[in-house]
Design a protein around this ligand. Structure first.
Ligand SMILES: *[C@@H]1O[C@H](CO)[C@@H](O)[C@H](O)[C@H]1NC(C)=O
Ligand SMILES: *[C@@H]1O[C@H](CO)[C@@H](O)[C@H](O)[C@H]1NC(C)=O
Length: 374
């Protein structure tokens, strides 16, 4: 963590930057309409780019070897050896990597690039991730989105802010933790005593629907919504539940039941709105392709994490004391739950050009080709 004097310096320079930026806006030297499309990110550790570094929580990735292949070769709070999915999407948009909302650097002109509100450990439900203490739950992330828009309005005015937000790309990735860090966290968890799995999934989908409607009401118009991945195949679950290395069938029921209901809910919401605002991302298929056929994708294994310990390197956290694979490009999983940068690149290439089975009703290259500002 930064010392208080470093923090003060950063805050002061950020302040003078935003003053300079406000002046540029007044003088009309900032060409907002020609800026690349903004990008907003909501969700959990799959898309958190470092917000949890600023919070008192145990859900963090701010120690080596996290970030070992990041351009700076340092940990940033991303749960990856290098870039995560939002970073790679930014490359495709043609803009800078989006800063975490809590970063003091996110100010002035940087606000036009977008903001990342994601926080590792969160889920659809408020009681998901309680064991991580201080994390930014989804309603708080939406509240920060309101605050962001107020800050931006102060600099460029309400109309330009609304235009930027309406034209932006939005990514929301959550739901996995509602299973692995809630329903299945311990045997006889509160939620599993309260709900059968099908009823729990119906409840999650109805809560998720409210979250998506709020995003729409806050101005989001192009929103990628990811389903849950193959939870039973991650190294953490292989270590806990699998003797043979087969994906755990109980956890694999989750994407089986949840994802089709998510797609259905999204198409109902789009029909109500009268426009394809929400796009369902089939994270399950995108991961299963390389999990079931790792060699075809250049991986030596899709079961053993690069960083960790115990069976499949799937036990505990990835730390400086863990086993670490020398070549991250031939491993699909970086730690017990999260893909390597190389796997993230394969996933994002499916976002870009996937058929309707992967991206429903349209892929990202189609979205980026639409001129949202006309
Ligand atoms: C979660 O907490 C927020 C903020 O306290 C509240 O507005 C919301 O209704 C809660 N959601 C559920 C499902 O209880
Ligand atoms: C992207 O989606 C569009 C529309 O569904 C489709 O026509 C196109 O073939 C897809 N792109 C690729 C490269 O498959």
């Amino acid at each position: 963590m930064a010392s208080s004097s470093t923090t003060t310096t950063t805050t002061t320079s950020a302040l003078s930057l935003s003053l300079a930026f406000a002046l540029a806006v007044l003088l009309g030297t900032v060409q907002i309409s020609h800026a690349a499309r903004a990008f907003y990110i909501f969700g959990d550790s799959l898309v958190d780019s470092g917000n949890n570094n600023y919070l008192a929580t145990t859900a963090r990735a701010d120690q080596p070897p996290y970030g070992i292949d990041f351009p700076s070769r340092r940990p940033t709070g991303r749960f990856s050896n290098g870039l995560n999915v939002p970073d790679i999407i930014s490359e495709h948009i043609g803009s800078e990597r989006v800063l975490p909302y809590l970063s003091p650097e996110l100010d002035g002109e940087k606000l036009l690039i977008g903001a990342n509100f994601a926080s590792a450990g969160i889920g659809i439900l408020n009681d998901t991730g309680i064991q991580f203490a201080n994390i930014i739950r989804i309603t708080k992330q939406l509240h920060y989105f309101v605050q962001y828009q107020q800050r931006l309005s102060f600099l460029i005015g309400e109309d330009e802010t609304a235009r930027l937000v309406n034209g932006a790309l939005v990514l929301i990735t959550l739901g996995g933790n509602d299973f692995v860090n809630n329903y299945y966290l311990v045997p006889y968890s509160v939620r599993s005593r309260e709900f059968s799995l099908p009823d729990y999934i119906r409840y999650l989908i109805s809560e998720y629907r409210k979250i998506l409607i709020m995003l729409y009401e806050l101005g989001a118009r192009q929103v990628l919504v990811t389903g849950v991945g193959p939870l039973g195949c991650v190294p953490a679950e292989l270590a806990l539940r699998s003797r043979t290395g087969q994906c755990d069938p109980e956890l694999q029921r989750v994407p089986d039941m949840y994802n089709p209901q998510l797609v259905q809910m999204i198409s109902e919401v789009n029909a109500e709105i009268g426009s394809d605002v929400f796009v369902a991302v089939n994270a399950y298929r995108m991961h299963m392709d390389f999990i079931s056929n790792p060699r075809q994708y250049g991986f030596v294994t899709s079961k053993i994490a690069c960083c960790g310990q115990g069976p499949y390197n799937g036990i505990g956290l990835c730390t400086e004391l863990s086993n670490l694979c020398p070549d991250r490009n031939i491993f699909a999983f970086w730690d017990a739950y999260h893909p390597t940068e190389r796997a993230n690149r394969i996933i994002v290439s499916e976002y870009m050009t996937g058929s309707v089975e992967y991206m429903n009703p349209m892929n990202l290259s189609t979205i980026l080709a639409l001129d949202s500002r006309t």
